[in-house]
Design a protein around this ligand. Structure first.
Ligand SMILES: [Cu+2]
Length: 146
């Protein structure tokens, strides 16, 4: 009896974890004006290879993934990333100066201390909705407990 229960557990656990993507510390910078795009950041981790294919939030008309690249003249510009591959076990952090979620056509300006839902669509894991905390205008990330 004990052996059967153990075997069942072994089969069940990997299936539950298989399509698991962890989205941690989602945050955004407060915006000065609603007519300027906002930016949101977070950390992604997946146990299996997955791919981020869409981003949606009621806070903005359009949300997309941007990367940044520097051209030969040292001028950096943002590039639209259609889909982001996530390697199994690797942690991907979006942070100021690098990859970010660009929020265009904000419904309202992003007020420090508020939050808004954001849905990320993954090829394997499906939809994951997180609550994005709006931090200060010059914030570089969530404050760690002291
Ligand atoms: Cu951007």
């Amino acid at each position: 009896m004990r052996n059967i229960a153990f075997a069942a557990l072994c089969v069940a656990l990997p299936t539950i974890a298989a399509a698991e993507v962890t989205v941690s510390e989602p945050w955004a910078r407060a915006s000065i004006l609603a007519n300027r795009p906002g930016a949101a950041y977070l950390t992604l981790r997946s146990d299996v290879a997955d791919r981020l294919v869409a981003i949606e939030t009621p806070a903005a008309a359009t949300a997309m993934l941007h990367g940044s690249e520097t051209d030969a003249n040292g001028v950096s510009r943002m590039i639209h990333i259609e889909a982001l591959d996530i390697a199994p076990g690797a942690s991907l952090t979006l942070a100021p100066g690098g990859m970010h979620l660009m929020l265009m056509g904000l419904a309202d300006k992003l007020e420090e201390g508020s939050s808004f839902p954001l849905t990320l669509t993954f090829e394997t894991a499906g939809d994951i909705t997180v609550e994005v905390q709006v931090l200060g205008i010059a914030a570089t990330g969530p404050e760690r407990a002291e």
